[in-house]
Design a protein around this ligand. Structure first.
Ligand code: CUA
Length: 382
């Protein structure tokens, strides 16, 4: 007998094991304890509309799947090749008028139902509510800007970034655009996605049922830090929102501490090319007559009233109640000095950016003294 080099054929049991393990792993990968980007937990009118369409359609599609797959499996088993098979075909149903009418009309009815419900939902989502509050949303590599024209005189009175602050229970009409490439705005708990296209304004309506924080993520590939281009919607009750709005309408005042005053000077000399702080305590004077800031970096007038910075990747305040998100109760408590300092020391090391190509914040080679002073100043911008 000569030794052979052929490997033994895989035993069927191994194939069974793989057939069980692969779907199991796939199912497990869909289970996450904290999944803020789930579309399955709608938290506002528009997201409820989508869920009210998707859930019944998913149910109908599931029934169709079970019916068709069940039929296929039953036929394969019932008419399988047997040992005493004489090769003759089972009885054919071709030409059975009743059956053929049934499986033409039933799917057509299902499609008409699904199509009609879809059109109604699309019309509902596109309908801009009469009493909606309008906010302009501008996507940019790699953060989001929000502008509010509170008195509707054509100029934006509130300019902020990263946190889109809205009153809960009030319909919000967004006008979404972009300053550079195509991005896509998506807060899954509140509505579907909408592309942010340069030179266009795309409408999207949102509403949050209750106060809360809703996470989002840019969903159109937009370059190096697309995956780090996140956003939050912070929905406040009416009183908190009114207080937030009143505060945002104010300009920045001069800081009082010596260190923060030093930081204000550093800000005016070092950061003014890109960032703007409005009000007497800011750097408006730096731009007298000249073109205002590039418009390519976040307005920092009320930086410290936000929960996050750097494209919503880092918390600006310490999450002291450990609910996973910096919320309004934490603002003014404990500043996240460590991450902000690390950011100022070398921004492209914290979020991948391409400053030599004008995309993102460069490393300004600040001294530790400048960083301490800037952090003290930025913290006063509440
Ligand atoms: Cu912005 Cu992807």
């Amino acid at each position: 007998m000569t030794p052979t080099s052929t490997a033994p054929a895989p035993r069927p049991r191994r194939a069974w094991r793989a057939a069980l393990i692969v779907p199991f792993l796939l199912a497990m990968s869909a289970c996450a304890k904290k999944a803020p980007l789930t579309t399955l937990e709608p938290k506002g009118h528009n997201a409820h509309s989508i869920a009210n369409l998707i859930n019944p359609i998913f149910g109908i599609a599931g029934l169709v799947f079970l019916f068709v797959e069940g039929g296929v499996l039953f036929a394969a088993w019932r008419f399988r090749k047997r040992r005493d098979d004489d090769g003759s075909l089972p009885e054919q149903v071709h030409g059975n008028i009743k059956l053929e009418l049934a499986w033409t009309i039933l799917p057509a009815l299902i499609l008409v139902g699904v199509g009609g419900a879809s059109v109604l939902t699309i019309l509902d989502l596109a309908q801009k509510p009469k009493d909606a509050m309008e906010v302009t949303v501008i996507g940019q590599q790699w953060w989001w800007e929000y502008r509010y024209d509170v008195n509707k005189d054509g100029t934006d009175d509130i300019i902020t970034a990263n946190d889109l602050v809205i009153p809960a229970g009030v319909p919000i009409a967004l006008n979404i655009t972009s300053r550079d490439v195509i991005h896509s705005f998506w807060i899954p708990a509140l509505n579907g996605k909408r592309d942010a296209v340069p030179g266009r304004e795309a409408p999207l309506n949102l509403e949050a049922d209750k106060p809360g924080i809703f996470r989002g993520q840019c969903t159109e590939f937009c370059g190096l830090s697309h995956g780090y281009m996140r956003m939050r919607v912070v929905a406040l009750d009416k009183a908190d929102f009114a207080a937030w709005e009143a505060n945002q309408l104010k300009g920045a005042q001069d800081p009082t501490s010596a260190l923060a005053l030093e930081g204000q000077q550093d800000f005016r000399t070092t950061c003014s090319q890109c960032h703007r702080v409005r009000g007497p305590g800011g750097n408006d004077a730096e731009f007298k007559g000249a073109a205002l800031v590039s418009g390519a970096a976040p307005d920092l007038t009320h930086l410290a009233s936000r929960g996050v910075f750097a494209g919503s990747v880092y918390d600006l305040w310490i999450d002291q109640n450990h609910n996973g998100e910096v919320d309004m109760n934490e603002l003014g408590k404990q500043f996240n000095v460590a991450d902000l300092k690390a950011w100022l020391r070398d921004p492209p090391a914290r979020v991948p950016m391409y400053p030599q190509g004008g995309r993102g914040m460069p490393n300004l080679k600040l001294s530790e003294q400048q960083i301490d002073a800037l952090v003290a100043y930025l913290q006063t911008l509440e």
